[in-house]
Design a protein around this ligand. Structure first.
Ligand code: ZN
Length: 45
């Protein structure tokens, strides 16, 4: 699963933050999980 930095908005590879949840680009700890674009695929019956 990919993560996204809340500060710089860059996507972070999971391997980069295996131990520490820190953005390798700006050093921010504000990282959120990037949601895959699946939500729109839900069809209403
Ligand atoms: Zn960042």
């Amino acid at each position: 699963m990919a993560y996204k930095c809340f500060e710089c908005g860059k996507e972070i590879d999971t391997k980069s933050i295996e131990r520490r949840i820190i953005c390798p680009y700006c050093g921010s700890r504000l990282i959120q999980k990037a949601r895959p674009e699946v939500l729109k695929k839900v069809k209403a019956r």
